[in-house]
Design a protein around this ligand. Structure first.
Ligand code: SF4
Length: 101
């Protein structure tokens, strides 16, 4: 079976319930966050083989991430703070190990 070209459905249009107007598939696959919209399977399954398209162009991990519900902003902020703290601790440890004078 041949791989579906990533742009071959870009000009198809449907009515987006979320935005209230028609959108091309190119928008749905790129999305506002530079990744396919979380609703891409629900919105496009009637029009072409969206499952095959996604499997041709995204890994299972990527699809899993795409379909995951968005994290609440507070959780994201807490994650960022935690990562910054961990990074600062690691940088300090690296500096202490490498300083040696
Ligand atoms: S996939 Fe997303 S952007 Fe595209 S029509 Fe559905 S809800 Fe709208």
């Amino acid at each position: 079976m041949s791989v579906m070209n990533i742009g071959e459905n870009d000009n198809r249009e449907i009515h987006c319930q979320a935005m209230g107007h028609d959108v091309p598939f190119s928008y749905c696959r790129k999305g506002a966050a530079a990744q396919p919209c979380r609703k891409i399977f629900d919105c496009w399954y009637q029009f072409f083989d969206i499952e095959r398209f996604m499997q041709d162009h995204y890994t299972q991990d990527q699809i899993h991430r795409i379909l995951s519900p968005p994290q609440p902003k507070l959780t994201t902020l807490i994650d960022l703070i935690q990562r910054a703290k961990e990074s600062a601790v690691k940088n300090r440890a690296d500096r202490d190990e490498g300083g040696g004078s």
